[in-house]
Design a protein around this ligand. Structure first.
Ligand code: GSH
Length: 425
């Protein structure tokens, strides 16, 4: 059975604004409940306002924007009585736990696991052998997870080996799309697609998860290899080394590379709590839909930033794990580069700021950001992947929060500050 959900968005009492959502769900969980949405949709303005008072409204809003045009094209620009008739035939269900596309569980932001988990290998006989020109990364430069892959691609000197295809800085109704604006390609250069969703459905027509960046695509086999940034960057360290000049190979990097055998336990341990409380912690605070969830996660976030600051103070070395850059630095960097300009303002992560309250993290951040030496050890990787976009992070996050938390039901307002995006060294 297919179940439809309708949401009416009312801007003023006089003017029925539009139906912005009619979305379809597949009841695969016995805990889902049937709720009396039909009455609401058929009803008066007073009844409509009860939709927005409903504890279920956030679930509707979260699902709404991605699916609306595909599922309800006929409801767009319809006369109001047709909308009511369509709505009267609709009903909705709400899950007590998130499915692949749902971000919230009782007001707490949850990030579903990535789905495509194959690996490129240096072994020429493997399913995905490392070859120059064979792979492409689909990215949005605003996304911190995609940003990891951009940094490592430059750190490793993989520019001529792995292509980058950029989508628009913000998502549309169907998620990421190609716009031809602000560095985005006009369309997917391999298939002519306009959205990332089309690419995911090409990879797997039965795919029901989120259409996330980054995506590592195999151009030769025309398949999606992997959409998990933490794994994509690890492939990049070692599996392409035979295609690179000697100095760029991991074995020849200072300290033994980005994920050196002697530090693996330490890198993994650090990554683990930094991921949960910092990288993803900012989202748990910024996308929280209850005060309790926000309070909990904002507290954990700043406790971890304090811990990172104390760590740098204790060892006095330039990087998180000592004298040399490791993966742990790359993973923390993409969050801290966005911190004062987006998470502090838009995500309300504002107990402290990096620039005013964390002198060592601030120095660490600025050293990475301001290193523009393309011939140096860092190859200007942090600056080149951040500076062109940092001015748009605030807008990007305001837009995401507007979609995910407010379901686009309020005007989008973007904070102006801070006036200085990254302070000088
Ligand atoms: N675990 C994934 C997370 C990727 C992710 O969540 N990317 C976000 C952008 S920052 C995305 O594409 N979201 C699309 C959506 O939720 O529809 C990774 O690290 O690669």
């Amino acid at each position: 059975m297919r179940v439809h959900v309708c949401r009416l968005l009312v801007r003023t009492e006089e003017q029925m604004a539009s139906i912005t959502t009619c979305l379809e769900m597949h009841p695969r969980d016995a805990k889902w409940q049937r709720l009396p949405s039909v009455d609401v949709c058929q009803g008066s303005w007073a009844d409509l306002s009860s939709v927005f008072a409903s504890p279920w409204r956030h679930g509707w809003l979260a699902r709404a924007s991605k699916l609306q045009r595909r599922l309800a094209p006929s409801l767009f620009n319809s006369p109001i009585d047709q909308i009511y008739r369509a709505a009267a035939t609709a009903s909705y269900k709400m899950s007590s736990k998130p499915d692949e596309k749902v971000y919230h569980d009782n007001g707490r932001f949850t990030r579903p696991d990535s789905t495509f988990r194959n690996f490129v290998s240096k072994d020429a006989n493997s399913q995905f052998p490392a070859e120059a020109g064979r792979y492409a990364l689909y990215i949005s430069p605003g996304c911190p997870w995609a940003h990891r892959t951009l940094i490592v691609r430059l750190l490793k000197g993989l520019e001529s080996i792995i292509d980058v295809y950029q989508v628009h800085m913000t998502m549309g109704p169907d998620g990421w799309y190609f716009s031809g604006e602000g560095g985005s390609l006009p369309e997917d250069p391999l298939h002519g697609f306009k959205t990332l969703k089309q690419l995911y459905l090409k990879a797997d027509p039965a795919y029901t998860g989120r259409y996330t960046v980054p995506v590592l695509w195999d151009k030769t086999a025309d398949v999606l290899v992997n959409n998990e940034s933490s794994e994509i960057i690890r492939m990049m360290y070692t599996e392409f080394d035979h295609l690179l000049p000697e100095p760029l190979r991991e074995a020849n990097r200072p300290g033994g590379g980005l994920y050196p055998a002697r530090l693996r336990g330490d890198v993994d341990a650090l990554n683990d709590w930094v991921y949960h409380t910092v990288n993803n912690g900012v989202y748990k605070a910024g996308f929280a839909r209850t005060q309790a969830s926000y309070d909990e996660h904002v507290g954990a976030l700043f406790a971890s930033l304090d811990r990172l600051e104390a760590r740098l103070a204790a060892h006095g070395e330039p990087f998180l794990l000592g004298a040399h850059l490791t993966e742990a630095d790359v993973r923390l960097y993409t969050t801290l580069a966005r911190f004062d300009v987006a998470y502090h303002t838009v995500f309300m992560c504002n107990l402290k700021s990096v620039r005013h309250d964390y002198p060592r993290l601030h120095a660490w951040l600025r050293r990475l950001y301001w290193d523009r030496d393309e011939g140096g050890a860092l190859r200007g990787a942090f600056h080149r992947t951040t500076a062109p976009y940092i001015g748009r992070y605030g807008h990007g996050y305001a837009h995401s929060r507007w979609k995910i938390v407010f379901g686009e039901a309020v005007p989008l307002v973007v904070p102006a500050g801070p006036a200085v995006l990254m302070e000088a060294l």
